[in-house]
Design a protein around this ligand. Structure first.
Ligand code: GDP
Length: 313
């Protein structure tokens, strides 16, 4: 087993309108990795039309930022209570979570809903008290309310002893002092690098991962997204899909992609701890294990409740 210091996988949890999109947007800009051509959209994270219309985040997306040679994968977590299953699946990819709370409103139902699940997943969250620039902000009181919420939701002693930071995604700063309203996002990046544990991985075992999310492209069909649990995956290798009832279906992985800023880049190989997109497995489904042919049993399946149209509209 080894700890990877080059990567941090962190989920982001927030009640709608507490500023998740704006904060991530600001982090992307400041990470200096940002391409001018991507500036055309009004905001970055909300590129999906349905999301724009509904104003809620439905499809979990990943983005990656590089800070001081550390790759930070930010895993967007749906906050809407109706999408059970998806929350657990996305949290499963993360080693910690940023809990973003509006400095005036304090913790709200979606904050609590996802936070409870994060505690169940043994995640030790980091608190970001956001929008401290608001004239009506009451950051210290909100900090106390968050602590009370943690206790109310059954956080362990370790989880209740959380790290926190004050921020304004809109103004683009983070600070340890709620009275300081200037600077940049570096204190937040530093906190993530310090407090989110790098993945502990076994690279000697054969390749295995769970398909957590699906994407689809007209050109390549289904794309499996998930975190590699053990070993390494190489483009071109044969793999098995372990489907419901432990049915084994063979396939060939024709593409391996890592997340990079708002997009993805093709790589020859990826390893345990990485969050990857896998191309080539035409019949892959959410919950399936993808593994090298020598693997003899699947990873534990996460039972999921799929969103239905009545939940969306
Ligand atoms: P999301 O629903 O959590 O993704 O929230 P958005 O990023 O879309 O922000 C919701 C609203 O809050 C928008 O009107 C933003 O302009 C506003 N907002 C976001 N961040 C800040 C901030 O740091 N300070 C203030 N005052 N407003 C903010």
């Amino acid at each position: 087993m080894k700890r990877r210091d080059d990567i941090r996988n962190v989920a982001i949890i927030a009640h709608v309108d507490h500023g998740k999109t704006t904060l991530v947007d600001s982090m992307l800009r400041q990470s200096g990795q940002y391409r001018a051509s991507q500036l055309t959209g009004e905001r970055i994270l909300d590129s999906n039309d349905l999301e724009k219309e509904r104003g809620i985040t439905i499809l979990a997306k990943n983005i990656a930022i590089t800070y001081h040679d550390v790759k930070i994968n930010i895993i967007d977590t749906p906050g809407h209570a109706d999408f059970g299953g998806e929350v657990e699946r996305t949290l499963q990819m993360a080693d910690s979570a940023l809990v973003l709370v509006d400095a005036f409103e304090g913790p709200m139902p979606q904050t609590k809903f996802v936070l409870r699940k994060a505690f169940e997943c043994h995640i030790r969250p980091i608190v970001v008290i956001n929008k401290v620039d608001r004239p009506d902000a009451r950051p210290e009181e909100v900090l106390n309310e968050i602590f009370d919420t943690f206790v109310e939701l059954g956080a362990s002693d370790e989880q209740s002893d959380f790290s926190y930071i004050f921020a304004s995604g809109r103004s683009g700063f983070a600070s340890n002092d709620p009275r300081v309203h200037e600077g940049d996002m570096r204190p937040l990046f530093d906190l993530i690098v310090d407090q989110v544990p790098g993945p502990v991985v076994d690279l000697d075992k054969p390749f295995s991962m769970l398909c957590t999310t699906l994407d689809y492209s007209e050109y390549v069909g289904r794309i499996a997204i998930g975190r590699i649990m053990t070993g390494k995956v190489k483009r071109g290798q044969k793999a098995n899909m372990w489907k419901r009832g432990d049915v084994v279906t063979p396939g060939t992985i024709t593409g391996v992609l890592l997340f990079d800023k708002l997009g993805r880049v093709e790589v020859e190989e990826a390893e345990a701890g990485d969050i990857v997109a896998i191309v080539g497995l035409a019949t892959i489904d959410i919950g399936d294990t993808i593994a090298s042919t020598e693997v003899t049993e699947p990873l534990p399946r996460i039972e999921v409740g799929e969103p239905t149209l009545s939940m969306l509209f």
